[in-house]
Design a protein around this ligand. Structure first.
Ligand code: DC
Length: 224
């Protein structure tokens, strides 16, 4: 059975950067499940579908063929054959994904894809429900978090570095709103799995968080 490391946590905790690094160090593939939900959101946005219209989302999401591929070691997401990776990080797409990912039909489709990847590859997979729903048998589960203030500040710096206009208080409000939606939805809400290890990155940089997870993995391997 291939090895799997599940990393869950709220938006902005540094999951993707840290998960990518952990995967790189271990020679595992990195699976960014948020990007899959974002690709589905992009599909719905392009079709002009109201994300709160559950019936429309359930029906139309079947038309979206989502798959992932690796180019130069980086995950790319294909939506009906088109590489949509460059469009996925837009705020509009993230906000749509937070709403449309609550749809059970969307989740069933994408969870299947995620589980099939973990059946054949050693993976570091990040998301919201990896340790609780997608890979309950994961070899190591991490719940990666940081305070709202720290997460908002990181996002603010990321946006301003790209030359985009950003208001810190608005970003913090959006993060709170997204946390609330992700943690309280009926289907697969974000929560720490009972057997997950909590890693709070509020006072850690990327290097320290990566090393902390690698150390935890090393302990698991020794114990096995
Ligand atoms: O991690 P992210 O910001 O790229 O995720 C985008 C949205 O997708 C997020 O608001 C919640 C949702 N998501 C999810 O419901 N389940 C996952 N495993 C990953 C992401």
């Amino acid at each position: 059975m291939p090895i799997s490391i599940a990393i869950d946590g709220p938006a902005g905790a540094g999951k993707s950067t840290i998960a990518r690094r952990v995967a790189g160090k271990l020679g595992f593939i990195y699976v960014d499940t948020g990007a899959m939900y974002r690709a589905m959101a992009l599909f719905l946005l392009r079709k002009g579908i109201d994300p709160t219209d559950a019936e429309a989302v359930s029906g139309r999401c079947r038309e979206a063929q989502i798959s992932i591929a690796y180019r130069d070691g980086e995950q790319v997401v294909l939506l009906n054959g088109e590489d949509v990776t460059p469009f996925l990080r837009a705020e509009e797409v993230g906000n749509m994904a937070s709403v449309s990912s609550a749809n059970p039909q969307v989740r069933v489709k994408l969870v299947e894809l995620q589980q099939s990847l973990a059946r054949t590859e050693n993976v570091v997979m990040d998301g919201r429900d990896i340790g609780t729903v997608v890979l309950p048998q994961a070899d190591l589960k991490i719940y990666l978090t940081a305070s709202v203030e720290v997460r908002a500040n990181r996002r603010y710096l990321e946006l301003t570095k790209k030359g985009e206009a950003a208001v810190l208080s608005e970003i913090a409000a959006e993060i709170r709103e997204r946390d609330e939606r992700d943690m309280t939805r009926a289907v697969s809400p974000l929560k720490q799995a009972e057997d997950a290890v909590l890693v709070d990155t509020s006072q850690m940089d990327i290097e320290q968080a990566t090393d902390a997870i690698l150390a935890l993995y090393g302990q698991r391997v020794e114990e096995a």
